[in-house]
Design a protein around this ligand. Structure first.
Ligand code: NAD
Ligand code: IPM
Ligand code: MN
Length: 351
């Protein structure tokens, strides 16, 4: 038996997670995986009710008792400083030392890309986003706040250990998955301290992987080439903030945020799976959110748990639904959130 924590969170997180759970339940039945799902109500409502965001014993509990965590999204217009989301999401990423944020950019249905005439073969790469450092370390402060002289400082943390391990993870992934090239994106032409460290770490790690091509590109140029020539990418490695921004752009390349999945991994330890999108207050509560990003995140969880066939079949079923226009409204389909989840499970059930 393996325990899986389910944290739907806020907004459309609460709507898409039940659809991803349907897929995990299918995998349980079909492959006898014996995943036991436990629910946690952490999110904006709980925080506003009793000030609990991430309970103090949560990290230890997950480390000891759980194999994986499935989360929805965190963010609520009532909590303007985003405190609870920081505590829960960033708290889990740093507290469980989930230093790899793996975000695939894969075109499952060629009609879904806003780019003209791009084949699925061309848009198929993965982003390794460093997940514990950069400005996300939340080190800094404010001075003379609210006055005309105020100062705000937000430090950008880049440690040799932190940079090296995400670069190693990218090269290891490339080698294990037959990917030919790792491209590191930074802004070392301006950030001559922090990103110069990235440059050295990248070059040194690359020498250990002579079978994988190592390229460097400045982040601004990469943003352009994402749109004009995405076929040049195989594996990308970058820092926390650039990875955040690039992967929403990546989601745009394959059909939008409703489709993008992610894995927050510490190899060999409890890891967290979640769609790339947020709580989408503009559509929350309507039952129209696309559950495919959450379902593909469940597929990434199944892969992490070594249920490789189940993982591949879930991705295949999502691709089939996209091609058959069994989608939610933002992609031109007619299905609601749960109808879309059901359509995917229906395709899985006949395998
Ligand atoms: P968002 O990802 O929630 O939404 C951006 C746009 O994409 C919106 O128009 C939304 O309707 C659309 N969209 C997102 N997911 C969709 C889906 N599954 N189906 C259809 N359309 C979808 O980003 P935002 O609006 O910038 O942020 C909203 C809140 O979510 C904020 O509080 C933010 O901090 C938070 N957030 C949380 C996470 C997370 O928990 N991982 C990620 C991003 C943003
Ligand atoms: C994401 C989100 C988070 C991030 C926010 C909500 C803290 O945008 O998972 O991409 O910036 O990492
Ligand atoms: Mn983001």
């Amino acid at each position: 038996m393996r325990r899986i924590a389910i944290i739907p969170g806020d907004g459309i997180g609460k709507e898409v997670v039940p659809e991803a759970v349907k897929v995990l339940e299918w995998a349980n039945r079909r492959f006898g995986l014996q995943l036991r799902l436990d629910y946690f109500d952490w999110g904006a409502d709980r925080y506003l009710r009793d000030q609990v965001s991430l309970p103090a014993d949560a990290l230890e509990m997950f480390r000891r008792e759980y194999s994986a965590i499935l989360a929805g999204a965190f963010g609520d217009p009532r909590i303007t400083d985003n405190r609870h989301a920081g505590d829960i999401l960033l708290g889990l990423r740093t507290g469980l030392d989930l230093y790899i944020n793996l975000r695939p950019v894969k075109l499952l249905d060629e009609r879904r890309s806003p780019l003209k005439g791009r084949s699925a073969r061309e848009i198929d790469f993965v982003v390794f986003r460093e997940n514990t450092e950069g400005p996300y370390a939340r080190i800094g402060g404010q001075f003379k706040r609210g006055t005309g002289d105020e100062v705000a400082i937000q430090e950008d943390i880049n440690t040799r250990r932190g940079v090296e391990r995400i670069v190693v993870a990218a090269f290891e992934y490339a080698r294990a998955h037959g990917r030919k090239c790792v491209t590191m994106a930074d802004k070392s032409n301006v950030l001559t301290y922090g990103h110069e460290l990235w440059q050295r770490a990248f070059r040194e790690v690359a020498t250990r992987y002579p079978d994988v091509e190592a390229r460097h590109q400045y982040i601004d140029a990469m943003a352009m080439f994402f749109v004009t020539d995405p076929g040049r990418y195989d594996v990308i490695v970058t820092n926390n903030l650039f990875g955040d921004i690039l992967t929403d752009l990546g989601a745009g390349l394959v059909g939008g945020l409703g489709l993008a999945a992610s894995a927050n991994i510490h190899p060999g330890s409890v890891s967290l799976f979640e769609p790339v999108h947020g709580s989408a207050p503009d559509i929350a509560g309507k039952g129209t959110a696309n559950p495919m990003g959450a379902i593909l995140s469940a597929s990434m969880m199944l892969e992490f748990l070594d249920a490789l066939t189940a993982a591949a079949e879930v991705e295949q079923a999502v691709a089939e639904c996209l091609k058959a226009d069994e989608t939610t409204v933002e992609l031109g389909g007619r299905l609601g959130t749960s109808g879309c989840g059901d359509a995917i499970v229906r395709r899985l059930a006949v395998r």
